[in-house]
Design a protein around this ligand. Structure first.
Ligand SMILES: Cc1cc2nc3c(=O)[nH]c(=O)nc-3n(C[C@H](O)[C@H](O)[C@H](O)COP(=O)(O)OP(=O)(O)OC[C@H]3O[C@@H](n4cnc5c(N)ncnc54)[C@H](O)[C@@H]3O)c2cc1C
Length: 438
């Protein structure tokens, strides 16, 4: 890429706070609320017109179990159940087959952004929507002193003592020159789409997936697992049927290409249904954000592995708990590999029935849940920057289990708790040398 010289300029300061959160998915909002409720002055910066990230702008309306592996007790607390309870009062959540092992909450994505607005304002957070973090500002000591943001006022700065990077791709860490890495096989991205008049008889992978796979040459459809769900109390069907296997959406050019290609595929799915003799479903809403399962990861104080995670290893600096299976959407061969805490492995591919086996001896005790250390969220080389969300330092299998929102939400809350601790003691965030004191 050619470089040009951009003249030095004075930037206005939009806000001066204790904590600034970059990225306003539920992960970022929950980090901001935790910090604000703990007494910090907080600002949050989100590039979309709404908070919620994948859960709202990306239309993914499902959260997984808050219970332990045998569903006998709740293990996830905090803002995830709090927002669901708030929404439930307006009948905006369906708890599917409660307390079945596949229990999850199906919520109204559109109203979740309204709920998040209310929670942000109640907590006294300074919100910046339609605003993108474009760089970091380093103060005279060479320390990150805040974020450079780009919005309707042009480039401005939010000065802050602590920064929480919840941008998914780890933009702040990258702008600050932090080390990052990518898994050999990055999980595919998928843009969801909302249809009305979607034929209920083809709503599962074995039916809609079969039709799409049969038409894959004609419509240039890369085939992964297709799933969908009717939105809570609605006839609108959210279909996760597009598949972007080759592009890295943390790269600007490839993100653009991925958004446009996924919209081509949404339309193709409607055409495929029509070709198969169904009334063409009506496209009601395309997301303003492609669903990204994975992009870059940070180099942190501790990279967590699948073996550690799924064997239920306990960490003294536990950031959160979870039970979601390791769920890896593979590019090659296209399909999904699930690994469960009890040792079961299930392979779903586009052209064979599900294959079940064991990834470890099933007679070994099944952990009640997994945990991860906050060290996996702390990038090496900084003392006032921490991350929350899918840039977590985890190998492919561990990441497959961690990446879902009930876990990422907790990563936001955990990051803010650590920041509050540092803020109240007037200290920095732990560096590699101090990490054993966590
Ligand atoms: C199709 C699909 C289905 C899925 N299904 C489920 C499911 O059923 N349940 C589940 O729990 N999880 C599911 N996941 C996984 C889950 O959605 C993601 O792993 C999770 O949302 C990651 O959360 P995050 O907060 O780290 O990132 P994101 O949700 O990607 O949020 C990042 C936020 O930061 C903002 N941002 C990014 N860069 C900047 C910047 N420079 N400046 C300002 N703002 C910025 C973005 O706009 C966004 O709001 C699914 C994912 C996909 C793709």
């Amino acid at each position: 890429m050619m470089n040009i010289l951009f003249p030095a300029q004075e930037l206005p300061v939009s806000a001066e706070v204790d904590v600034v959160v970059a990225g306003g998915s539920c992960t970022g909002v929950f980090a901001a609320i935790t910090a604000a409720r703990g007494g910090a002055a907080v600002a949050i910066v989100e590039s979309q017109n709404r908070f919620g990230g994948t859960a709202t702008a990306g239309q993914v309306c499902l959260w997984h179990s808050l219970l332990n592996f045998d569903y006998s007790r709740q293990i996830i607390f905090g803002l995830t159940p709090e927002i669901l309870e708030r929404m439930d009062k307006r009948d905006l959540v369906e708890y599917w087959k409660k307390p079945n092992p596949h229990w999850y909450a199906n919520f109204n994505s559109e109203e979740m952004c309204c709920e998040l607005d209310e929670m942000v304002l109640e907590a006294g957070i300074i919100p910046f929507l339609h605003t993108r973090v474009a760089g970091v500002w380093q103060n005279d000591n060479g320390k990150i002193g805040g974020l450079v943001i780009a919005g309707k006022d042009g480039l401005t700065v939010i000065k802050a003592r602590y920064i929480i990077d919840a941008t998914g791709d780890g933009d702040v860490v990258r702008f600050a020159g932090g080390k990052m890495w990518k898994n050999e096989e990055i999980q595919t991205s998928t843009a969801c789409v909302k249809f009305s008049k979607f034929p209920r008889e083809v709503m599962h992978d074995e039916t809609i997936g079969k039709l799409v796979r049969a038409a894959k040459e004609k419509y240039r459809m890369p085939c992964g697992v297709i799933w969908g769900e009717f939105s809570c109390n609605s006839d609108t069907f959210m279909l996760a049927g597009t598949n972007i296997p080759k592009l890295d959406v943390s790269v600007q050019k490839e993100l653009t290409e991925a958004e446009m290609e996924s919209r081509r595929q949404m339309r193709a799915i409607a055409d495929i249904l029509k070709d198969a003799g169904y009334p063409r479903p009506v496209m009601e809403a395309v997301p303003s954000l492609i669903g990204v399962r994975e992009s870059r990861h940070i180099v942190s104080l501790y990279r967590i592995t699948e073996d550690e995670l799924l064997s239920g290893k306990q960490f003294p600096d536990e950031a959160g708990k979870g039970t979601y299976r390791s769920d890896v959407h593979r590019r090659n061969p296209p399909g999904t590999r699930f690994r469960y805490l009890d040792g079961t492995e299930v392979l779903l591919t586009s052209d064979a029935p599900p294959q079940t086996s064991y990834w470890r001896d099933p007679s070994l005790p099944t952990p009640e849940y997994f945990t991860w250390p906050i060290r996996s969220q702390i990038p090496v080389g900084f003392d006032n920057l921490i991350t929350a969300g899918r840039m977590i330092d985890a190998d492919a299998g561990a990441f497959g289990a961690l990446r879902v929102m009930v876990n990422m939400n907790q990563s936001g809350e955990a990051a803010a708790r650590l920041v509050l601790r540092a803020m109240k003691t007037g200290t920095t965030l732990p560096s590699a040398a101090a990490s054993e004191n966590l």
